[in-house]
Ligand binder design. Structure first.
Ligand code: BG6
Length: 517
């Protein structure tokens, strides 16, 4: 991996230059969990190899499990090698990187552990020159968020060590609350200790290259915006499909379900980027203002006609590549009578000038045939069928597909004449692939960008409190109704299929169909 030579020390918002943050220490609460080893530490290693971490950068892991510094380092070394699939030649570099990793055993509620943490941070400031800059990362189950925040406040770690000279920031993993009220309570708890500009609510979809590119695509080109509205667009589909089931997260998923896990954050973030107005300037405040504005315009889901607006499903047994897949209700830590949804399809409207009466169909699910995230803009049909005399009875409307993952890129479908002496028409696509245009895209997990932005103090790709609130405002009534309804209205689908048949009927009733993925 090449060292990025032009890196400089600055603290500004997104620029074209590679930037290295000021020296700092990062504390990960919940460090023995999956997220730390699968995403966070590999992302930090990646940044370190790219020369984007400051000298002296140090990591302190905190969790209940008992580790020594040595055994925790060992676990992190194995994780980085495994999840980045590194060749043996990189192993020495990984070992060197984890020498700056420390561990404190803490059940998150013990004041003594926070005293120990404070001492260790002060010591790192002296020994490694981390100079009082601190990044706290909450990767624990959400019930611990208020506890940790309060302890950090009580021990004096929430304030910057020296006003105006050092920084202290806190990253909060999703889910941010489980409904409107709990999100507000959590926000209240966090903001009673940290100021809003210290709080970074993370949604890793916003760090994905293709998601960041949505703004460049829309506002860096003159040709798309003129038809990006109700006059030309019939409807929009956003699909986030996953092949995996709930894996070992049954306990969490039983409490969350698909809408809380994927739609409240990732899918609504995509929706806001596709539909927001152009910001006045490219900075965090202006971009996040526009995202919130469009969220505010989402029409409440009419609960008296719920079946026209929402479908929920749960996977049952199925097969993929000759392997039998278990039903959701047989997954570990899942109730055999569970009514938790593992699939949802919603129809939303945005009541503003640009989007009035354009339906937005969102769908996401686990145990679908493949992992794919795609946004499809379906344009209105050509107003007049000029070619009917030639035997053409209908012409497909154009659509633009934005492939978020995998195979990042875009494709525009339009109609063309089949070469030959007759007049026959067939849809064709014009394709753009990131890999072809820019060569191999970096193997990032999105956390690299987001962690770096946070250390640099750029909150543009993080979710502001008003967005979280508005997202819950849209979804809480729906979730409450589903809870009341229990199994009534819950559909089922075989693992490895594209969701329940009711979801097809749902969109077909509107005279449309799901885009094939
Ligand atoms: C997480 C969800 O936020 O996103 C998971 O909690 C889901 O359930 C994951 O699997 C999907 O992320 P990605 O980047 O693989 O699409």
């Amino acid at each position: 991996m090449t060292k990025l030579k032009e890196a400089t020390h600055v603290q500004a918002e997104k620029s074209a230059e590679h930037r290295v943050p000021a020296p700092c220490a990062m504390v990960i609460f919940g460090a023995s969990g999956d997220l730390t080893e699968r995403k966070l530490v590999p992302a930090l290693y990646y940044l370190s190899r790219a020369g984007l971490l400051p000298d002296g950068f140090s990591v302190i892991g905190c969790a209940k499990t008992q580790y020594t510094d040595e055994s925790f380092r060992d676990k992190m070394q194995k994780a980085v090698k495994k999840y980045l699939d590194l060749p043996d030649s990189d192993h020495e570099a990984v070992n060197a990187f984890t020498r700056d990793v420390h561990y404190i055993s803490d059940d998150f509620g013990d004041a003594k552990a926070y005293d120990q943490l404070k001492k260790l941070l002060d010591q790192l400031d002296q020994q490694r020159g981390t100079s009082g800059n601190r990044l706290f990362y909450l990767a624990t189950p959400p019930s611990f968020f208020p506890v940790i925040v309060n302890h950090l406040g009580a021990v004096g770690l929430a304030e910057p060590k020296e006003q105006n000279k050092t920084w202290t920031r806190i990253v909060i993993e999703k889910p941010f609350g489980r409904d409107l009220q709990s999100a507000r309570e959590l926000n209240q708890a966090v903001t009673s200790v940290f100021k809003e500009d210290q709080i970074y609510r993370i949604d890793h979809y916003l760090g994905k290259e293709t998601v960041q590119n949505l703004l460049v695509f829309r506002f860096g080109n003159g040709i798309f915006e003129p038809f990006w509205n109700r006059r030309y667009i019939d409807h929009v589909q956003i699909a986030v499909a996953e092949e995996i089931g709930v894996e070992n997260r049954g306990a969490y998923y039983e409490e969350a379900g698909l809408v809380r896990d994927m739609i409240q954050n990732h899918v609504l973030s995509l929706l806001s980027l596709i539909t927001m107005e152009p910001p006045a300037i490219f900075d965090a405040r202006a971009v996040r203002d526009e995202k919130a504005k469009v969220m505010r315009a989402i029409r409440p889901i009419p609960l008296d006609r719920l079946s026209e607006y929402a479908v929920r499903g749960q996977y049952v047994e199925g097969w993929t590549d000759g392997n039998k897949l278990p039903a959701y209700r047989s997954e570990p830590k899942v109730s055999p009578q569970s009514t938790t949804e593992t699939y949802a399809a919603l129809k939303l409207f945005i009541d503003n000038w640009r989007w009035a009466d354009v339906p937005f169909y969102l769908r996401s699910g686990k145990r679908l045939p493949k992992r794919i995230s795609e946004i499809t803009i379906k344009f209105r049909r050509a107003p007049h069928l000029l070619f009917k005399g030639t035997g053409t009875t209908s012409i497909e409307p154009n659509h633009l597909s934005i492939h978020i993952q995998p195979d990042e890129g875009m494709s525009l479908m339009f109609n063309a004449k089949i070469p030959g002496t007759t007049m026959q028409i067939r849809p064709v696509t014009m394709e753009f692939h990131y890999e072809d245009a820019f060569g191999q895209t970096p193997p990032t997990t999105a956390y690299e960008t987001l962690l770096l932005d946070c250390m640099l103090g750029d909150p543009m790709l993080f979710t502001r409190d008003d967005f979280v609130d508005l997202a819950w405002e849209v979804l809480t009534p729906l979730l409450n109704r589903w809870k009341e309804d229990g199994k009534k209205g819950l559909s089922f689908y075989e693992s490895g299929t594209w969701g329940p048949p009711e979801a097809d009927a749902f969109i077909e009733r509107d005279g449309r169909k799901w885009q094939e993925l």
